[in-house]
Every structure is written in structure tokens, then in C-alpha cells.
Design a protein around this ligand. Structure first.
Ligand code: PRP
Ligand code: URA
Length: 215
């Protein structure tokens, strides 16, 4: 099972989280509810992602004059969204990391072949010096996310500085992705049963981009 990899982190399946997924998976959920409740899960994913960044010891003095042995984040981060659906996760990242830099990669799955195609990328110039939160809500075959990671590596980002945040993963995609990129950390909300004959995630939630942006 893919979740055995120490580099796959799954959000704890609390009743709250299961309730949120029940809303966004429901085919009768309105677009505005889909956006609102997806955004809540996205926020949880971003918060969990931040837990995995390295920190260094940092001592502060409180107003009582006491010393507090705390920590602070080590290094700079940026977000990279896989367009279109990944853009839905940008605001959640901004809500936690003020004025965070965000790059974009436009990758689309061909609807016939399900193979990903790379159309465009625009990334922060100093991305090689940053921790990267790669954003895409759906990990199905893993083709799109793998293509995005190839782009990041080609710009000098070390694998171990990439954190892939996603809402729903298929076991097939997790397997393929973790075999290719064992050092990339996946932070996902849930791993579903598998892919159907159209390479859609089952039970899944349908087409995330369409539900968030269009229908
Ligand atoms: C969806 C999704 C991922 C990809 C996952 O995007 O947002 O990018 O499919 O599938 P894979 O793991 O099999 O590659 P899609 O290409 O449908 O475009 P969209 O973001 O415009 O909806
Ligand atoms: N993309 C989606 O939006 N949903 C899936 O189930 C698979 C790919």
C-alpha cells in the first residue's frame, strides 16, 4: 500500500475531515459549496505541509521578561500551481504565507489518451533556493504531477525540497510518483480506491477543475 512510504503523509481521517469530503464528493453539491469546503480542506493541507518544513532553534523574550525556547522556519518557500485546478490552492497558501511567491505550470491531460501535455511555465527566478509547495488537487495516474516535478528539477530544485499537496490521490498515481521521486513528500487528504477506465479517481469527486471553476 502506497501509504507505507514515509514520504506520503495523509491527513488524519477525523469526522470533521470526512464531513468535508462528503460534501465535495456529493454530485449534488453546488459550486459555491464545493469551493467553500474544498478551500477548507486546502487550508488543512497547507497547514500540514508547513509542519514538514525544517526549523532552527529561536529564542525570544516574552513581555514578562521570560525566555521562550522556540523555533523559526529555515529557508524560503514558494508555491507552484499546476493549472488549471491547482490554482484553486493558491489562496490557501497565501492565507498562511503572506506575499508568498507563486509560479505556474500549465499541464493538461489529453482527454482521449489521459497523457499530460506541458504548455507553459513561469517560475520564480530563485526557485532553486526555495522549498516548493507543488499544488494540484487530484493525483490520478500521476502523469501531470511527474511532469511538473521534472520541470522543477530541471530548474535546479532538489527533490527533497518539493512538497506535493493534493486533496485526493489514487493508489496507482502514488505508486508511480513515489517510485520516480522517492524524495518528494506527498501531503494528501485521502487515498481513494483506484482509477476507473477513463483514469478518473474512484469514488473521487469528478473533474475538480470543472466543479471549482465552471459548473
Ligand atoms: C487534472 C488534475 C491534475 C490531473 C491529474 O487536471 O487537476 O492536474 O488531471 O491526472 P493525472 O494524475 O492522471 O495526470 P486536468 O488536466 O484535467 O486539467 P484542469 O486542471 O484544467 O482540470
Ligand atoms: N482529474 C480530475 O479532476 N479528476 C479525476 O478523477 C482525475 C483527474
Amino acid at each position: 500500500m502506497a501509504s507505507q512510504s514515509s514520504n506520503v503523509v495523509i491527513l488524519p481521517p477525523t469526522n470533521q475531515l470526512r464531513g468535508l469530503y462528503s460534501i465535495i464528493r456529493d454530485k449534488d453539491t453546488s459550486r459555491s459549496d464545493f469551493i467553500f469546503y474544498s478551500d477548507r480542506i486546502i487550508r488543512l493541507l497547507v497547514e500540514e505541509g508547513l509542519n514538514h518544513l525544517p526549523v532552527t532553534e529561536h529564542e525570544v523574550t516574552t513581555p514578562t521578561g521570560a525566555l521562550y525556547q522556540g523555533v523559526k522556519f529555515l529557508g524560503k518557500i514558494c508555491g507552484v500551481s499546476i493549472m488549471r485546478a491547482g490554482e484553486s490552492m493558491e489562496q490557501g497558501l497565501r492565507d498562511c504565507c503572506r506575499s508568498v511567491r507563486i509560479g505556474k505550470i500549465l499541464i493538461q491531460r489529453d482527454e482521449e489518451t489521459t497523457q499530460p501535455k506541458l504548455f507553459y511555465d513561469k517560475l520564480p527566478e530563485d526557485i532553486a533556493d526555495r522549498f516548493v509547495f507543488l499544488l494540484d488537487p487530484m493525483l490520478a495516474t500521476g502523469g501531470s504531477a511527474s511532469m511538473a516535478v521534472h520541470v522543477l528539477i530541471s530548474r535546479g530544485v532538489p527533490e527533497e525540497r518539493i512538497f506535493f499537496l493534493n486533496l485526493i490521490a489514487a493508489p496507482e498515481g502514488i505508486k508511480m510518483f513515489t517510485e520516480r521521486f522517492p524524495k518528494v513528500k506527498i501531503i494528501t487528504g485521502v487515498i481513494d480506491q483506484g482509477l476507473d477506465e477513463h483514469a478518473f479517481i474512484n469514488p473521487g469527486l469528478g473533474d475538480f477543475g470543472d466543479r471549482y471553476y465552471c459548473i
